[in-house]
Every structure is written in C-alpha cells, then in structure tokens.
Design a protein around this ligand. Structure first.
Ligand SMILES: NC(=O)c1ccc[n+]([C@@H]2O[C@H](COP(=O)([O-])OP(=O)(O)OC[C@H]3O[C@@H](n4cnc5c(N)ncnc54)[C@H](O)[C@@H]3O)[C@@H](O)[C@H]2O)c1
Length: 259
C-alpha cells in the first residue's frame, strides 16, 4: 500500500540532493516519513530536515565517510538515490580526454562509489525489510535516444542504464532492488544554466518544450515521484527497470501539429 507514511521507519540517502530533482526527492521522502541524508558537493540547498553531508562523488574516501555517517546518524540505510550528475555539451569532436574523464568520473563512477559504500548497509537493512531496500539511479532520455550535441553526456547515461541492469542482477538475491529513472528535459536549475548559455534563451526554452510530446518540460517533482515510487515498498516486485518520465519523448512518434 502506498500512503503518506509508507517510508515510516526507513532511512534514505540522496546524492545531489541539494538542488533540482535530488532536492525534490529528499523533500518527498521526508514528507512520506523517511529520515533523509543528502550527499552533495554544495549543501546550501539541502532541504530543511535532512542531514546534509558535504562530499564530492569523485572522492572515494569522502563518499565512504559520508555514506557511513548517514547510516550511523540515521540508524541504517534502506534507500539510496544516486542522482548527482553534470551535463556536457558537444559532439564527439568537441570534448577533450580530460573532459571525458571528468564527466564519466562524476556521472558513472560517482554512482559506483556510492553503491560500493552503501551496499554493506543495504544488506543489513534487507534482512529486516524485504522488498523495501533499493538503489534508484537518475539516468536520462539521453541513454535511450540520440540527442544532438550530447555525445559525452549520452555515453555517461548509457553507462548508467547498463550499470543499473548489471547491479540489479548482482544484488537481487540479496534483497536489494536496483532501478533507474529516465527523465526527459526537466525544469531544474540545471536547465536554467543551460538556457543562460543560449543565444536566444526564450527560443531555446520553446524548442525544449516542443521536443516533448506533452509540449512542456517535466517538473522536478514529477521525476521525484517516479524515483520515490521505485524506492518504496509499493515497488517491491520491480528491479532492473528504467522508468521514463519524459513527456512521451522516448516512446511516441507524433505528426507535426496542424494549425
Ligand atoms: N534537468 C534535466 O533536464 C535532466 C534530464 C535528465 C537527467 N537529469 C539528471 O538528473 C540528475 C539531477 O539533475 P538536476 O537537473 O536536478 O541538476 P542540478 O544541477 O539542479 O542538481 C545536481 C546536483 O548534483 C550535485 N553534484 C554535481 N556534481 C557533484 C559531485 N561531483 N559530487 C556531489 N554532488 C554533485 C550538484 O551540486 C547539485 O546539487 C543528474 O544526474 C542529471 O544528469 C537531468
């Protein structure tokens, strides 16, 4: 049963939880009864009521320390939402090896480090709460559709999609579910920054809205609702799944609108 307190007695860690989708997830988990820790490299935006832990997901020792601290302070860990990530613009010709290494280090290895240090805590929790223990990763429409000027970002999210499936297989018999959510373009500070770099931000925003069949960007809360669903006890039979929250962008093929 889902309900307003379906996370009562559960503890969650949200990476990148101080902004955008992650902050929406942390807020929603708190409202549903969870105790929540946020791991972020900038904690100023961590929602009130969360345990804010400053760490960079590229720093293995810092991730270990923050994950262990979260589990210690909250009294164990049931849900990990691995969401910290950055964007990158360009074709395969545009980014240097250093930029490839930097983005893959955050977007892919950041999730690897988080899971690596969280798994011992999740295993302990799985013994008490079968079905309720999970890792949910923020992937992207860029993993499943070819988007222009996103070679590096798409490669990073394609890796997250495959990683999700492999992790789901590795940990299913330990009672740990692993899923990901594939947002379309979501209205977060990230997109604000992207529009700020565009020659014509109003036209760019209109083009992004129009690219999604629903005709608008998805909201951080809509993505968070999908993540919280996959993380929660109602999704006890769901593992190895990618749930798109993309306004129809992946699955639909519309004819041009008639005026
Ligand atoms: N906004 C979109 O359109 C969109 C679409 C698809 C997927 N996503 C994914 O959603 C996730 C969240 O994006 P958002 O739109 O909320 O962005 P955002 O920039 O609002 O939030 C990202 C958060 O991650 C943190 N972060 C970044 N690098 C970090 C690092 N090295 N260590 C620790 N924390 C770090 C940032 O400080 C920030 O708080 C990302 O993984 C992104 O790839 C976003």
């Amino acid at each position: 049963m889902t309900g307003t307190s379906d996370f009562e007695g559960m503890n969650a860690l949200v990476t990148g939880g101080a902004s955008g989708i992650g902050a929406a997830v942390a807020t929603m988990l708190l409202a549903r009864g969870a105790r929540v820790a946020v791991l972020d490299r900038e904690t100023a935006g961590a929602p009130d009521g969360t345990l804010a832990l400053k760490a960079d997901v590229t720093d293995d020792a810092a991730v270990r320390e923050a994950v262990d601290l979260a589990a210690g302070e909250l009294g164990g860990l049931h849900s990990v939402v691995s969401n910290a990530g950055i964007g990158s613009i360009g074709t395969v010709e545009d980014n240097t090896d250093d930029e490839w290494t930097r983005v893959l280090d955050i977007n892919v290895l950041g999730m690897v480090r988080t899971a690596r240090h969280a798994l011992p805590h999740l295993r302990r929790a799985a013994a008490d709460r079968p079905g309720a223990v999970s890792i949910t990763q923020t992937c992207s429409i860029a993993a499943t559709a070819g988007l222009p000027q996103r070679a590096l970002y798409s490669a990073s999210k394609g890796a997250v999609l495959s990683l999700t499936l492999a992790m789901a297989a590795d940990h299913v018999r330990e009672g740990i579910r692993v899923n990901c959510v594939n947002p379309g373009t979501a209205d977060t500070p990230w997109i604000g920054r992207l529009l700020g770099q565009a020659d014509d931000p109003v036209a760019e925003r209109a083009a992004l809205d129009a690219r999604q069949p629903l005709g608008r960007l998805v909201s951080a809360d809509e993505v968070a609702a999908a993540i919280v669903y996959l993380a929660g006890p109602a999704a006890a039979s769901i593992t190895g799944t990618a749930l798109a929250v993309d306004g129809g962008m992946q699955g639909l093929r519309l004819r041009p609108a008639q005026n």
